[in-house]
Ligand binder design. Structure first.
Ligand code: IMP
Length: 426
């Protein structure tokens, strides 16, 4: 059996897209299992940058079958736009398929997301892509699914029921104009026609591939700390990016997952609101943001930056059951005199090593740091572990020791080839 999950260990943007693309060269399938176009995965091939939101990162390799799984929410206009752009740049979408059970993002989801962010005191700092409201409709059982694109009479009926309710909310609560049934029906009839051939029963396809010993990579979007249950609630996304999400989001039994690979940046970033214990707000934070190019792929927002938080790392290692870590963007730390690692939180005079449930307590948590000497060398061209500066190796070793998990790949730059391989993952 050769089925691997790749998850983010922090607040997203760890560089999962690049790693999936590297691993996809040897995989038969890449499957997205949650999230939607709130994700932004960057893949760089020979200097050419591909920003993917809904397309699985394996699509750039061209050879891998890519599936948008049942747990994903799909904005069809965005997906079609991405497919068109990829083809225009010489790529192919012949190997792309969509689960018939995936939910469809509708215009009222995007509008509701925007209104809540604008008017609610409890704003989350979402990507305003309609992701939360779409998952909410799924759970409320009034969602529209890809399978409904195969029967447009059913689609039209569901559209009417859902839209009538939403228009009541828009007009009576938010004092907004209603959305037009006719316009949405016309637009979505076009999208359905364009996507119909891609819609399949992905459960059959994926489980058959597993039986045939094909290599299947499950690609997590967002990350551990944005998980709806385990993240810094309510500053989270509305799905389960953890490895457990694969079983519900891709239709694969837990025993069929061979390994879980965690991707962790050598420092921490987050976009949107919510607590961030190791955040650096001064010059150092600005330096990490500039050198690391820490601006959102989806929204262009500047990311908040800070030191690597191993309380978060340990939590991610436990919940996901990690077998390997891919440590990314360590080259960004070159040139610093001192580097810090957070190994605990001091909250109200007590030291915590486990990640606390109370998001409020995190606002006054003080990080407990271990300090390490930095290194001056540019390491972005290094391909062998032995050639890394001694201080850099010490930093990596301490991470492995603390998390009790091996670091198998160190990524030292955005390109596909800028990697140091320590252990074969598969
Ligand atoms: P939503 O997923 O758009 O509802 O946003 C909820 C939170 O998750 C916000 O803080 C977003 O900034 C964050 N978020 C969603 N997707 C990503 C991602 O791909 N990378 C980083 N943060 C994300």
């Amino acid at each position: 059996m050769a089925n691997y999950v790749v998850v983010g260990m922090q607040w997203g943007d760890e560089g999962k897209g690049k790693i999936i693309d590297v691993l996809a060269a040897r995989a038969d399938y890449v499957v997205r299992y949650q999230g939607g176009n709130n994700a932004g995965h960057t893949v760089v091939v020979r200097g050419e940058k591909f920003a993917l939101h809904l397309l699985p990162s394996g699509i750039v390799s061209g050879k891998t079958k890519c599936i948008i799984g049942p747990g994903v929410v799909i904005d069809p206009a965005v997906l079609l736009g991405e497919m068109k752009e990829l083809v225009a740049r010489g790529g192919s979408v012949d190997n792309l398929f969509i689960s018939d059970r995936a939910h469809i993002v509708m215009p009222w989801h995007v509008k509701m997301d925007e209104l809540r962010e604008e008017f609610s005191e409890g704003r989350i700092g979402t990507t305003k892509r309609g992701i939360g409201p779409c998952y909410a409709d799924k759970i409320t059982r009034i969602g529209i699914r890809a399978v409904d694109f195969l029967q447009m009479d059913v689609f039209a009926k569901k559209l009417k029921i859902a839209l009538d309710e939403k228009n009541e909310i828009f007009t009576k609560i938010y004092n907004q104009p209603p959305l037009s049934y006719e316009k949405i029906l016309a637009d979505y009839t076009e999208y359905a026609a364009a996507l119909r051939d891609k819609i399949i029963d992905s459960i059959e396809e994926i489980n058959k591939a597993i039986e045939e010993d094909k290599i299947v990579l499950f690609e997590g979007a967002q990350a551990m700390m944005l998980d709806i249950t385990y993240g810094t609630y309510p500053y989270v996304t509305s799905s389960s990016p953890t490895s457990g999400g694969v079983t519900t989001g891709a239709g694969v039994a837990p025993g069929k997952i061979s390994k879980c690979i965690g991707v962790m940046k050598a420092y921490t970033t987050r976009v949107g609101d919510g607590p961030f214990v190791t955040e650096l707000t001064g010059e150092l934070g600005e330096r990490l943001r500039t050198v690391g190019g820490e601006y959102g792929v989806t929204t262009g927002r500047a990311r908040r930056c800070g030191w690597l938080d191993l309380v978060v790392g340990k939590y991610a290692a436990n919940i996901n059951g990690l077998s390997d870590i891919v440590l990314t963007k360590i080259d960004v730390l070159s040139g610093l005199d001192t580097i810090k690692l957070c190994t605990g939180y001091e909250i109200d005079g007590k030291i915590h090593h486990a990640f606390p449930a109370s998001t409020e307590s995190l606002y006054h948590a003080k990080p407990v740091y271990e300090e390490f000497p930095g290194w001056k060398e540019d390491i972005s061209g290094i391909t062998e572990y032995e050639d890394l500066p001694a201080a850099c190796k010490t930093y990596v070793k301490r991470i492995e020791e603390f998390l009790r998990c091996r670091v198998s790949i160190i990524s030292v730059g955005p390109d596909r080839v800028q990697n140091i391989l320590l252990h074969e993952i598969f």
